[in-house]
Design a protein around this ligand. Structure first.
Ligand code: DGY
Length: 422
């Protein structure tokens, strides 16, 4: 299985970056790339460092690390580099990138690679760029001075069409948007991709941002989508801690990072924990309301170490193991469905509406282990490996029968299989 996984990473290798999927995702994606570097590190350290370096080459002058770096390759992917018009921003880099960011996994992954393979020189090289990305997030994306950061586009959550975003998207009027042609349904069945209604609003938001020249103050003031996402904040908190540890390795002053960590600790549970439901809910900053939708993201504070043992117990007993919500049963044979089974509109084959994702399983697996749920963790690892050996390294899987969906030969599934099996 490790050889088959390496073969996927080699097949998607473009020389200085790795495509998440051969046809569906032909450029370099931010959080995919971090996970790909982790997979590569087990058999080719120089190539793993190059992967991270190529991603960091797309960094904006204000520190933002964009969600896609195009590296000048011509493809049929939409939105193409020209669509973003990033040159309207005085902070845009000289290479083509998107104009939004993605969950900041890179510091977490770099620490993992360093702890296994001891790469202090690369830590020294990457640290200032990671610092400036995290600083940008804490400075430019803290819309309400709470210490928590906002995302302004569903693509920044990495869980594009998650049921968490539907109400906000439904309230956006996209009229005036010029016609465009989707590129994401050429290689993947339309029933496994976001609905046209949602996709149109994804593009509407990009159009809004490019018209404001990616000025973050304007975007925070104007974007109809302005959300404190549990996933993004949990990942950032953990990434800040790992960045601090990396700073200590190379003798940097990390007191600024300490400040970010303390503020997030003070605000996280107050904002996201719902004691009635026993769940973490995202917060819609624009409309000042909780987003009361249960998805697999509610387990991410376990990965971050942000939940108390009592809260963890409620998450596991009342939700993860509950027959109505996330438990496996006669119908759903594999953990972890990306949305609660009893959610209206649960769709086990459509993108983030229900399928199992290997990354979500891997993050929750580590959280379960950290909190002592070893049996559940072992089950989640076993389910993930079973899905990949049954149906190959797919982008996501139908939790009922384990058949694959989305892109074939998906890089992060392969990379995380290598991590698990190594
Ligand atoms: C896509 O192209 O659908 C991606 O998820 C956006 O990053």
């Amino acid at each position: 299985m490790i050889e088959a996984a390496k073969d996927v990473l080699r097949g998607n290798d473009m020389g200085d970056f790795t495509k998440p999927g051969p046809n569906q995702y032909p450029h370099q994606w931010n959080w995919d790339s971090a996970l790909i570097a982790l997979g590569l590190s087990f058999f080719d350290i120089p190539r793993a460092l190059l992967e991270m370096r190529s991603l960091l080459n797309g960094q904006w002058l204000n520190g933002m690390l964009p969600h896609v770096v195009y590296h000048g390759h011509e493809t049929d992917y939409f939105p193409n580099p020209g669509f973003w018009k990033i040159e309207t921003s005085r902070y845009a880099p000289s290479i083509h990138t998107s104009g939004i960011t993605q969950p900041p996994l890179l510091a977490i992954i770099l620490r993992k690679i360093h702890e296994t393979f001891n790469i202090p020189d690369f830590v020294r090289e990457a640290f200032p760029q990671l610092m400036s990305w995290h600083r940008w997030l804490h400075d430019d994306r803290d819309a309400d001075n709470s210490g928590l950061v906002c995302i302004v586009h569903p693509w920044e959550s990495g869980t594009d069409d998650s049921p968490r975003w539907l109400e906000i998207l439904g309230g956006i009027d996209p009229s005036g948007l010029e016609a465009f042609a989707r590129g994401d349904t050429h290689y993947v069945d339309v029933d496994e991709r976001p609905y046209p209604h949602d996709y149109q609003r994804f593009i509407y938001l990009i159009d809004l941002f490019r018209r404001s020249a990616y000025d973050q103050g304007t975007i925070i003031a104007d974007s109809p989508f302005l959300v404190q996402d549990v996933l993004f904040n949990a990942i950032l908190y953990r990434a800040d801690k790992d960045l601090q540890a990396l700073g200590d390795v190379i003798g940097e002053d990390t007191s600024v990072i300490e400040g970010w960590i303390r503020r997030m600790e003070a605000g996280f549970n107050r904002r996201f924990w719902d004691d009635d439901a026993g769940l973490y809910y995202d917060f819609d900053v624009r409309h000042q309301r909780k987003i009361q939708i249960s998805t697999g993201i509610t387990f991410l504070p376990l990965f971050a170490g942000l939940t108390s043992p009592e809260q963890a117990e409620r998450l596991i007993h009342e939700h993860y193991q509950h027959p109505k919500h996330y438990a496996v049963d006669n119908q759903v044979k594999y953990h972890l469905t990306s949305a609660s089974k009893d959610l209206q509109g649960w769709d086990p084959r459509r993108y983030w509406r229900g399928p199992v994702w290997i990354l979500l399983n891997w993050l929750v697996y580590h959280g379960l282990l950290d909190y002592g749920y070893t049996r559940e963790a072992a089950g989640l690892c076993a389910d993930s490996l079973a899905l990949m050996s049954k149906s190959g390294f797919r982008e996501y899987y139908d939790p009922r029968d384990g058949t694959g969906c989305g892109s074939e030969r998906f890089s992060w599934s392969a990379a995380l299989a290598i991590d698990w099996l190594s």
